[in-house]
Design a protein around this ligand. Sequence first.
Ligand SMILES: Cc1cc2nc3c(=O)[nH]c(=O)nc-3n(C[C@H](O)[C@H](O)[C@H](O)COP(=O)(O)OP(=O)(O)OC[C@H]3O[C@@H](n4cnc5c(N)ncnc54)[C@H](O)[C@@H]3O)c2cc1C
Length: 435
Amino acid sequence: MSKVIILGAGMAGYGAARKFREENVEVLMFEKNDYYGGHCASYLFDNKWVFDDGPHISFTKSEKVKDIFASNIDNDYVEFQANPCNYWKGKWITHPAQVNLNGLNAEFNTQILTEMIDTYQESNPKIENYEQWLYSTYGKTFSENFPMKYTRKFHTTEASNLTIDWLGPRLYKPKLEEVIYGMLSPAKSDVHYIKEFRYPRHGGYVSFMKGIERTIDIHFKHELSSINLSRNEIGFVNGRKVKYKYLISSLPLNKLILSIEDAPLEIKEAANKLACTQCVLVNFGVNRPNISDNHWIYFYDEDFYTTRLSFPSMFSSDLAPVGCSSIQAEIYFSDKYKPLTKKPEDYIPIIKDELIKCGILGIRDEVLFSNAWLSPYAQVIFDHDRKPAVDLLHEFLIENSIYYGGRFADWSYAWSDESFLRGEHAAKEILRKIK
Ligand SMILES: Cc1cc2nc3c(=O)[nH]c(=O)nc-3n(C[C@H](O)[C@H](O)[C@H](O)COP(=O)(O)OP(=O)(O)OC[C@H]3O[C@@H](n4cnc5c(N)ncnc54)[C@H](O)[C@@H]3O)c2cc1C
């Protein structure tokens, strides 16, 4: 009987495994893929192009995580001042738009400003959903033209369907003078919550977790298929069965719960209420260097499928051949609100046309490489069903001594550093019991 089992070899699994290693506790790790990384994985194509599973950069404030990531690559990382941008109705607007509205139509800006002044005078507005939060923060015109449009594309649903417990520093609430200054002056206001970031020089984002190779022997190609709580036994699609005493899961919460054979019906029903987006990632390699000054760009217009565009070769020139650039587009879907109806590769010509339409690809640019894939768990949708379901499911796991941590295990918006620390936290809880 193995004492401790970790499910999933992503960042949370790494955080857990590293903690056990420090304490000399032997653990087993099982992973469905034949590689580690989870959402932090990076893929090499044609021996030349590296693309991550969606744009990944490290902007952690944790000195400990910074040190671990850096030591895994012998401090060979690049560091940047983040330079994001917005594309809106054919215009390029510095991010965040609310403090960089210079150059937009005067009537439009006057409307925005007037409404913002009104909202700033309102005390204790009623806020029960994200739409109300947006109206009370930015007023109607800005909200409906920027974040509410983006919400439909990124979260795949209306702002009124979302709660606000995911916001954190993500949406900047400016002072009125910042809004006015941004309307009057083209000087860009640098108030994005990500200021500086690090990225490995070689190999893509996954290099930050290379240390997992020295930490633990991972049992790859082990996809969890069942858990039997009364027998303390897990089963895998490949037929193997393993007994556990302590179990840590970094797997998506709904997947984990639905694999528990002896979970009550109300628990399975709650798992079915969890919603998340899927992301189609469309990648291009182009025969031109420095194709953009920006690291990533938000696309608001709903006649564009592209939701966010990023430029891996801007993170590290090592991700594309010399003299070339790479581009990655994200398009979001969800089973609950906006089901995907095409194959990922069907979006390649569509996105290429959008890149030409917005001027990123020029007439002389040659696309040397393209591909597309689906990332099935992308962003948690913080709809009104989420919190009661998550609370119930986590309580059930605790009652049954299943420990959990990570982005989709928590069903949260955790960044990679937070996922690492959540895995570590789950390990610490078990260590307290063992020792
Ligand atoms: C588009 C996008 C952009 C992001 N950008 C950033 C960023 O810029 N910076 C940042 O810090 N973070 C970013 N993140 C967040 C970051 O990717 C996550 O916080 C982190 O990767 C989550 O790690 P995890 O271990 O919790 O989960 P995962 O990475 O999902 O790992 C879970 C592991 O479990 C495995 N697994 C799943 N099902 C089974 C099964 N049945 N049996 C066995 N194994 C299974 C998976 O293969 C995977 O390896 C981004 C995420 C997305 C989606």
